[in-house]
Design a protein around this ligand. Structure first.
Ligand code: AMP
Ligand code: ZN
Length: 428
């Protein structure tokens, strides 16, 4: 049931002792990187003293491009990855052979936790390359001893063909792509529940609601587990759902977790929502101290019935910069997703646009509906549009303009879905 029973179930006190020891090792290693050398770090006597160390930000990583965070000699690094940045220098991340091995071990731990075993057939539809979703899971799956198909993203018909021919049982897939791929399966007249052997899907890399997860489970006939990670501290394998599917265990033998107020940086108590801050405890090539992930979540109180003692974080609500302000009202895209997904026949794909109309913001929500729904009567479609408008208004306190779209008409990206288009001139 456990990949590493002792580590996964160690009591809080033992875990804290391990963290303190590893933290000092990380600090000592970090001092070898030009960025941290200038910060005058010193050993800490307790975990509480960690709070005296300043944060490391994404901007610091950009400023340190290309080698400012490298804490070992070039002769010791074997891999470089990069984060999906939008502007400026990309953030690059280095790994020693031991880093790669430890990362693979974390991914294997996550996969094992959900019941994957040798004998399963694992199809990895995430991008291979600088993005960590592909190679990160690949090495983890191989470590676990599972037949791994490194198919990568795209080419939907081929994905399905592989699933059929090799009897794929486990898939790693972007939630947005899982919805899109289902429409191709439908088109081909395949019933995933009867014609495929899939039983587990790992979904992550982008924010998604529990409603979206349940849809994926229903459509594909699988159990879908939320997978969280970021390339700055390795990639997938940082936090993962166990069979309870109630929050993600964050591996505290490898990371120290803090939740801080995004505005003030104040550390918040367990249970309060804020920005996730991570300190790496195992990384050699590029240790990070108090890295501000930009991701909003909270620590779930209480112990998990699965027996693992590592605390759980709640599903990511979005990034601090994902918040939309529409006529002064704060909205997270995931609130919109959650609402539309509750309406049957709606939401396999959707797009949020913000327009500027006569100096006011106007929220447009475009939703794809199932084919049968789309070919319904005008009265049915009008009724659906009104219902969606009403439910979104209740959730957001803003009245959106809802458009019902034909299935397959909204853009689908090969990587992470781009759900929001902000057309306001003031945001250009
Ligand atoms: P990258 O470093 O390019 O892989 O991007 C990492 C970022 O993707 C994280 O900081 C999150 O913002 C987002 N992300 C990754 N996994 C999840 C997840 N399961 N739920 C929500 N957002 C996620
Ligand atoms: Zn658990």
């Amino acid at each position: 049931m456990y990949w590493q029973k002792k580590l996964e179930t160690m009591d809080a006190e033992e875990l804290r002792a391990l963290q303190l020891k590893q933290l000092n090792l990380s600090i000592a290693r970090a001092k070898n990187a030009p960025f941290y050398r200038s910060r005058g770090l010193r050993e800490v006597k307790s975990l509480e003293e960690l709070q005296e160390i300043p944060f490391t930000t994404k901007q610091d990583l950009r400023d340190g491009f290309p080698y400012g965070f490298l804490a070992v000699g070039l002769n010791e690094v074997v891999r470089l990855h990069s984060s999906s940045g939008t502007t400026g220098n990309p953030t690059v991340v280095f790994h020693t052979a031991t880093d790669i091995d430890q990362w693979a071990n974390l991914v294997a731990r996550c996969m094992y936790m959900t019941g994957v075993r040798p004998g399963d057939v694992f199809q990895n539809t995430m991008g291979y390359g600088l993005f960590t979703g592909g190679l990160g899971f690949h090495y983890g799956a191989e470590k676990l001893g599972v037949l791994t198909i490194p198919i990568g993203p795209g080419n939907s018909k081929r994905q399905i063909w592989f699933m059929q021919k090799f009897g794929t049982t486990v898939v790693h897939i972007l939630p947005s792509y899982a919805m899109h791929l289902y429409s191709i399966v439908e088109e081909l007249g395949i019933d995933p529940k009867a014609d495929l052997k899939l039983r587990i899907a790992f979904i992550g890399s982008e924010p998604h609601s529990d409603e979206m997860r349940r849809q994926i489970e229903r459509l594909w006939g699988v159990k879908a587990y939320n997978s969280y990670g970021l390339s700055e501290v390795c990639g997938p394998g940082v936090a993962f759902e166990c069979p309870e599917q109630n929050g993600m265990h964050i591996w505290e033998d490898s990371f120290i977790v803090e939740i801080v107020d995004p505005a003030t940086g104040r550390v918040l108590p367990d249970g309060e929502e804020g920005e996730l801050v991570l300190t790496t405890l195992q990384r050699e090539a590029m240790p990070l101290l108090r890295y501000r992930t930009g991701d909003l979540t909270r620590i779930l109180p209480g112990r998990c019935p699965c027996g693992r003692t590592h605390r759980r974080i709640e599903r990511i609500k979005g990034r601090t910069d994902d918040m939309l302000i529409v006529n002064g009202v704060n909205i997270f895209p995931i609130q919109i997703e959650r609402t539309i997904m509750r309406v049957p026949g709606v939401g396999k794909n959707y797009l949020i646009e913000i327009h500027e109309e006569r100096h006011m913001d106007r929220l447009h929500v475009k939703v794809e509906v199932d084919r049968e729904v789309f070919h319904g009567t005008l009265a049915e479609l009008t009724g659906l549009k009104e219902r969606l408008t009403e439910e979104l208004k209740t959730e957001l306190t803003v009245t959106p303009v809802v458009s019902i779209c034909e299935p397959g008409s909204l853009p689908v990206s090969e990587g992470k879905a781009k759900r929001v288009v902000d057309l306001r001139t003031k945001n250009k």
